[in-house]
Design a protein around this ligand. Structure first.
Ligand SMILES: [Zn+2]
Length: 399
């Protein structure tokens, strides 16, 4: 009997932390709603609501200001009590955002930046954008409740450290949290870029899709995995690093050297940097991934041929991931994803040819709807979840 009671969704959610999570999942709730959702007694509901109101984490809902002599009827998560600061650091540029505590973005900034300059050069640039956005919205550093940062490299999520990144010179095990603690007294979340991106697409665009994959086609190639509604990071945070899988290509050419030091990686054939390399070798005056995409879209025959080959190579790599993970949706994002038609044809062809019918019968392969904002959108939800983790809230409110 005890086990059944514990497993029941109607079991009383005892803590303030879990009650706040209930509020974060609803636009607003009455006292009766709370009793209904949690199974708590009316007296306990009143007591818990008082505690959450006193802490300022919930407030009377909009338009429901208490009438004189009567308590408020509806309550909502207080998303405007503080702010979050986020930055999506790419290989060649960074996008920063300021959002409310529910992850709703209020300000955004983009600036070109080279991640290979190292953290001592890049983090002051991030802080510059953060300071600009705080000034523009009239907020102070004390109001910042959480910071989120994503990077194009492997991350030990729990430790908040970048670990042995192939391209991020100087970032290996750099104390990012320590750096920000000089400016802000709040938690700092460090995440791999593709994980932040898949989380943004999942929470904002595909909230009902519990299993999905995001393929980031930028300067490099990476992927983020949502499994059963959660980011799947693997045992050490290295899950999804599809760009450095080896891919057998049947031709006589030597395997291309990858930025990671190995040869024959997916990204050494099909990454943005590899596409620039191959177009240059073919005599085109191209130096950036965006220029490569422009050449493909303009119908340059060499660029189009290369895009189709790139699509087939990506499709071969992705078909392994589809067979292994059986996602419902594969989202294609990053600069190269803009080369749509020419890239997608080869990619789809390879996935449907190589994956089992059961894994592909409901599979959707679609372009990112958040496009270049996916990273900061995902970070907003990720940092909010971290700051309002039930255990953390419980400790803060009872201690
Ligand atoms: Zn590699």
């Amino acid at each position: 009997v005890t086990e059944i009671a514990l497993a029941s969704p109607r079991r009383p959610r005892a803590g303030l932390g879990e009650l706040l999570t209930v509020f974060r999942g609803h636009p607003s709730l009455t006292r009766s709603d709370v009793a209904e959702v949690t199974g708590l007694s009316r007296a306990t509901v009143n007591q818990r609501l008082e505690a959450l109101l006193a802490a300022g984490v919930i407030a009377p809902a909009d338009g429901q200001a208490p009438r004189r002599g009567r308590p408020a009827e509806r309550f909502a998560f207080n998303a405007t009590r503080g702010i979050l600061l986020l930055v999506d650091i790419g290989a060649t540029g960074m996008r920063a955002a300021l959002c409310d505590l529910s992850g709703g973005i209020l300000q955004e900034r983009f600036t070109p930046s080279s991640v290979t300059d190292g953290p001592e050069a890049v983090l002051p640039e991030v802080q510059g954008l953060f300071a600009q956005m705080l000034a523009a919205t009239g907020h102070t550093p004390e109001e910042v409740e959480g910071i989120g940062l994503d990077v194009p490299g492997p991350v030990d999520f729990d430790a908040g450290l970048v670990i042995s990144p192939p391209i991020m010179t100087g970032w290996d095990r750099y104390d990012i949290r320590g750096w920000f603690s000089r400016h802000y007294p709040c938690p700092v979340v460090v995440e791999k870029d593709a994980n932040a991106m898949v989380f943004g697409e999942h929470r904002l665009i595909h909230p009902d899709v519990a299993n999905m994959l995001y393929l980031k086609l930028g300067t490099g190639i990476g992927s983020g995995i949502i499994a059963n509604g959660q980011i799947y990071r693997g045992a050490d945070g290295a899950a999804g690093d599809i760009g450095h899988n080896q891919i057998p290509i049947r031709d006589d050419a030597p395997e291309p050297l990858c930025r990671c030091g190995n040869t024959g990686c997916v990204e050494a054939y099909a990454g943005g940097w590899a596409m620039v390399r191959d177009l240059q070798a073919a005599g085109l005056a191209i130096t950036t991934v965006d220029q490569a995409v422009e050449a493909i879209k303009a119908g340059d025959p060499t660029a189009v041929r290369l895009a189709r080959r790139t699509g087939r190579i990506l499709g071969a790599a992705l078909s392994d991931a589809v067979s292994l993970l059986n996602p419902r949706v594969v989202v294609l994002g990053g600069q190269l994803a803009a080369a749509e038609a020419h890239l997608y044809a080869g990619l789809r062809e390879m996935i449907y040819r190589r994956s089992l019918p059961l894994a592909t019968r409901h599979l959707q392969i679609i372009p990112s709807q958040l496009d270049r904002r996916a990273g900061v959108v995902g970070l907003g939800y990720l940092v909010a979840d971290h700051v309002f983790d039930p255990v953390r809230v419980e400790q803060a409110l009872s201690g």
